[in-house]
Design a protein around this ligand. Structure first.
Ligand code: PMP
Length: 292
């Protein structure tokens, strides 16, 4: 049996899951999305992802045609229909079909798409050896122009930074903000550790407020590790004892080299590994359960 995709209330075959070329999600990147994971029949932090989706939508004045409860139910139904215990879920709401002008008032009905598929994990060697990453010339969008808190379909800012990293032979890029302070990576938040304290850039640096970021901050505090949201420059990154990235797909990935500078011992650090362990445990029960 092939994959079934949720499309505006129906579960349709993957090959039949199509949207119009006049959808403003395609024409203008006008829409919002979430990336969510389920672990062993539990959707991790589903309520948090749904809340963020609705806040993103509210900000761009996109009225989602489902209540939050209905949306959560639709996610669960899609997982059940596909018999997926462990999955990556892509939830997308587009502005819908309009004309070739960008006026969203022409788009009468937003489209809701839920894709649930097997999770494709990053290569194990990233976790064992740690990532080497670089800062890139493309800065993170100015919050005054397009607030990175909006998880919109307009990811070209991040795509450009990713291209710069890939061109230089790296997997991931650190994006600074327009003032030169550290913001985040193209699809992950960034943390460093110095003398036992965990640091991560605050919201005001212009970042997506990652759900994994929040989980890691909570877990660190529960483990009595001090956490500070603090403005960081490349200098602090270069001189950190440890560094790691957080995101729904990546979970926690250690970083061992930034712009050619070795971080700490050059291997994943002890506190990073401790947090990774605590994170794995949290994913076992911190979410919305479903059955088949
Ligand atoms: N920053 C950006 C730009 C992202 O796209 C993501 C992934 N959605 C993250 C951070 C991590 O967020 P989360 O932990 O909610 O997946």
């Amino acid at each position: 049996m092939g994959l079934k995709i949720y499309l505006d209330g129906d579960l349709v075959d993957k090959d039949a899951a199509k949207i119009s070329v006049f959808d403003h999600g395609l024409l203008y990147g006008d829409g919002v999305f979430e990336g969510i994971r389920s672990y062993n029949n539990v959707v991790f932090k589903l309520n948090e992802h749904i809340s963020r989706l609705y806040e993103s939508a509210h900000t761009i004045m996109l009225k989602i045609p489902l209540s939050k409860t209905q949306m959560s139910e639709a996610v669960i139904k899609t997982l059940q229909e596909n018999g997926l215990k462990d999955a990556y879920i892509r939830l997308i709401v587009t502005r819908g079909v309009g004309d070739l002008g960008l006026d969203p008032r022409k788009c009468r009905k937003p489209s809701v798409i839920i894709i649930a598929d097997k999770i494709v994990l990053y290569p194990e060697k990233f976790y064992e050896q740690g990532l080497k990453i670089i800062t890139v010339p493309t800065t993170r969008n100015l919050a005054e122009a397009l607030n990175p808190r909006i998880k919109s379909l307009n990811y070209l800012n991040n795509v450009l930074a990713k291209i710069e990293a890939v061109n230089a032979g790296y997997e991931e890029a650190i994006m600074l903000n327009s003032l030169g302070f550290v913001a985040e990576c193209t699809g992950d938040n960034l943390f460093i550790i110095k003398k036992g304290t965990v640091y991560t850039p605050p919201q005001s640096m212009g970042i997506l407020l990652g759900i994994t970021r929040d989980v890691v901050i909570d877990l660190a505090r529960k483990l009595h590790i001090s956490v500070k949201e603090q403005i960081l420059t490349r200098y602090e990154l270069f001189n950190a004892d440890e560094a790691f990235l957080t995101g729904t797909a990546a979970e926690i990935i250690p970083v061992v080299c930034i712009d050619g500078r070795q971080i700490g011992s050059g291997s994943p650090g002890q506190i990073s590994l401790k947090l990774l362990q605590a994170f794995k445990k949290a994913t076992e029960n911190d979410g919305t359960k479903y059955n088949f």
